[in-house]
Design a protein around this ligand. Structure first.
Ligand SMILES: [Mg+2]
Length: 185
């Protein structure tokens, strides 16, 4: 059995959606969110895709039109992240080491929010995106991974831990469990 170092409550997402396109961004803006942190791999595109699709480009313009500031936050390397970010004209943090603090601290320094509650993050992993945001008082929307097959070994390892978190949810937070199962089926 793998050991979790954080309480189960730190893995609870703010909300869950099938994909980045079905999120109600207007509602998030109404709720006071102003900065969106987007994970790249398996949130926006699969690991084996290099550049943003036209749909992603359109989404970014839509979010900027609503009034959001968007920052890409990825555990992937500088080369991968910078090529993708430049194609969208977005600021980014690569090698973010989610769920640890490096990337989040950098971003908070960069945007200086009045409160971390102004930030909403979007990602596909409980162990990195959700835990990482929650550790900093940042709400996180969980999306279904766009393509699991091309995941790299340490993501596969995270998925095993994720199974453990989901089993915990099943017992202690059945409503959260239902919600996540609803998007991963
Ligand atoms: Mg990801």
């Amino acid at each position: 059995m793998l050991q979790l170092f954080y309480p189960l409550s730190k893995f609870i997402p703010y909300d869950c959606y099938q994909d980045v396109f079905s999120i109600n961004y207007n509602k998030l803006y109404e709720d006071g969110k102003r900065i969106i942190l987007l994970d790249i791999d398996n949130t926006l595109i699969p690991y084996d895709v290099i550049l943003p699709t036209p749909e992603i480009k359109a989404l970014v313009s839509e979010l900027e039109n609503i009034g959001f500031k968007i920052i890409l936050i990825s555990n992937n390397n500088y080369k991968r992240v910078s090529v993708f970010a430049e194609a969208l004209g977005l600021p980014f943090v690569s090698n973010a080491l989610k769920p640890f603090g490096r990337g989040y601290r950098k971003i908070i320094k960069m945007v200086k929010p009045k409160s971390n509650q102004e930030i909403i993050a979007v990602g596909d992993q409980l162990m990195t995106d959700v835990l990482g945001g929650n550790r900093f008082g940042i709400d996180v929307i969980l999306v279904r991974p766009v393509k699991k097959k091309s995941e790299i070994w340490y993501t596969k390892l995270n998925r095993l831990n994720e199974r453990q978190v989901l089993n915990g949810f099943k017992r202690r937070y059945p409503d959260v469990y239902q919600k996540i199962e609803g998007i991963t089926k």
